[in-house]
Design a protein around this ligand. Structure first.
Ligand SMILES: Cc1cc2nc3c(=O)[nH]c(=O)nc-3n(C[C@H](O)[C@H](O)[C@H](O)COP(=O)(O)OP(=O)(O)OC[C@H]3O[C@@H](n4cnc5c(N)ncnc54)[C@H](O)[C@@H]3O)c2cc1C
Length: 393
């Protein structure tokens, strides 16, 4: 038997479903991570009818390193979003260690901030209240015919829209039904994240390498340290579970050994994801404008996937609003423009990301790379700059 409050909530959800079904939306955004939420924020003030469909309610934790590059601070501020209002930590230092734990310490060229996705996504969600419609449901089908989209959800909502934005992250059921090429290629990466109580400098982000992967450490708004690592499936499967993997493979690096011995876990158990793909993707597919990880994911060691997600949303929004103000909605023209701008902004960054990842993951090239970087530490910020953009306007 359902409780009164569950019945009330079900009724409200049914009402929202009827409302969203009857309306014809200018824009439907699929996915309410950073890319989807910032797009909604930017477009909401322009009298556009927007519905954002997200499968999980806020706030929720996500597997992420939670270090955000300052590259997108000016843009966030222009959207009236201040990460420091919810306690984000200013980060200006970077520590990188090799397999043996030999450190290289440098100042970050632009710096960044530490903020959990729990708080960051929720901050954006809250500032969208009463500005757009939210539907908490999972999109199962999107089809394009006669110049408009039909979107169907698991909860049986059917929406009609003129434009659809794909902001559904690195891997989604939508990629499967769109038959996107990267879905047929095997991906050997998995990632694990949890928050810990641990004495760690709040102005630093550390990246500690281990055989088969690397682990990032940085503080979040709650003072908890976020530990998030990416590892190959091959290196993980030699161990029975996450705990043994951490206590053996990761703990060969003395920094990670002290961390996992001394830190007190705050989460009941770590969050994990697998099948993380870094393959190339198309920025527009089936007339859907892909933003954030749906358009391409940079290797996490570059520490700016979130900034790229927000920047791609900015590029799309600028082009869309330009077309909107000039009443020039030539779909093919807009798709071409977005594809060109996306490539110009991110093509080289993604290539550099893949290159650094290959160097670090191969023990012989990593040795040469670490030796060069310890002799000339100034090389590290130079390489970081190559994977970042300049501060957004
Ligand atoms: C291990 C790891 C560590 C990382 N560390 C960092 C870091 O320290 N710094 C950094 O800048 N970047 C980092 N990144 C990258 C960063 O997490 C992503 O680039 C960023 O989250 C992309 O945001 P997004 O909005 O595109 O996707 P997401 O935040 O993944 O949002 C996608 C949303 O779509 C929803 N969704 C999916 N399918 C559907 C559907 N069918 N219907 C409805 N909703 C749907 C999901 O629930 C989700 O909320 C890391 C990535 C990994 C894998």
């Amino acid at each position: 038997m359902k409780s009164r409050s569950t019945l009330g909530r079900d009724f409200l959800l049914a009402l929202i479903r009827v409302m969203v079904n009857q309306a014809k939306w200018d824009i439907v955004i699929i996915g309410g991570g950073l890319a989807g939420l910032t797009t909604a924020l930017r477009l909401a003030t322009n009298n556009l009818k927007i519905c954002l469909i997200e499968k999980n309610e806020y706030p929720h934790h996500k597997v992420c390193g939670e270090y955000v590059s300052n590259e997108i601070l000016p843009y966030l501020n222009s959207l009236k979003i201040d990460p420091f209002s919810v306690g984000a930590k200013q980060i200006s230092k970077f520590q990188l260690t090799d397999l043996k734990g030999i450190p290289i310490n440098v100042k970050l060229p632009l710096g960044g901030f530490g903020l959990s996705r729990y708080a960051f996504d929720n901050l954006l969600f809250k500032s969208l209240q009463n500005k757009i419609e939210f539907l908490f449901d999972t999109v199962e089908q999107v089809s394009f015919q006669n110049n408009h989209f039909d979107i169907t959800t698991k909860g049986k909502a059917n929406l009609k829209a003129s434009f659809v934005i794909g902001a559904f992250g690195k891997r989604s059921n939508i990629d499967s039904f769109l038959n996107r090429k990267f879905m047929s290629q095997r991906s050997p990466w998995l990632a694990v994240k949890a928050h810990y109580d641990y004495d760690f400098p709040e102005d630093t982000v550390a990246l500690h390498t281990f055989k088969g992967g690397y682990c990032g450490l940085s503080k979040t708004e709650t003072n908890a340290v976020n530990a998030c690592y990416l590892a190959t499936f091959k290196s993980f499967k030699e161990h029975k579970n996450i705990e043994t993997f951490q206590n053996t493979a990761l703990s060969k690096n003395p920094y990670l050994k002290s961390f996992f011995e001394e830190a007190n876990p705050i989460f009941e158990k770590p969050l994990s994801i697998s099948q993380i793909s870094f393959q190339r993707k198309k920025p527009v597919e089936n007339h859907i404008f892909m933003i954030g990880d749906s358009a391409g994911l940079i290797h996490p060691l570059c520490g700016n996937g979130m900034a790229m997600a927000i920047r791609s949303s900015q590029i799309f929004s600028d082009l869309f609003l330009d077309a909107f103000k000039n009443n020039d909605f030539d779909r093919n023209k807009l798709e071409l423009k977005y594809t060109i701008h996306w490539q110009q902004e991110f093509g080289d960054r993604l290539k550099t990301g893949r290159f650094i990842q290959r160097i670090i993951m191969n023990p012989s090239t990593a040795k040469i790379g670490f030796t060069a970087a310890s002799l000339v530490p100034a090389l590290v910020p130079k390489i970081i700059e190559k994977t970042h953009g300049s501060p957004s306007k």
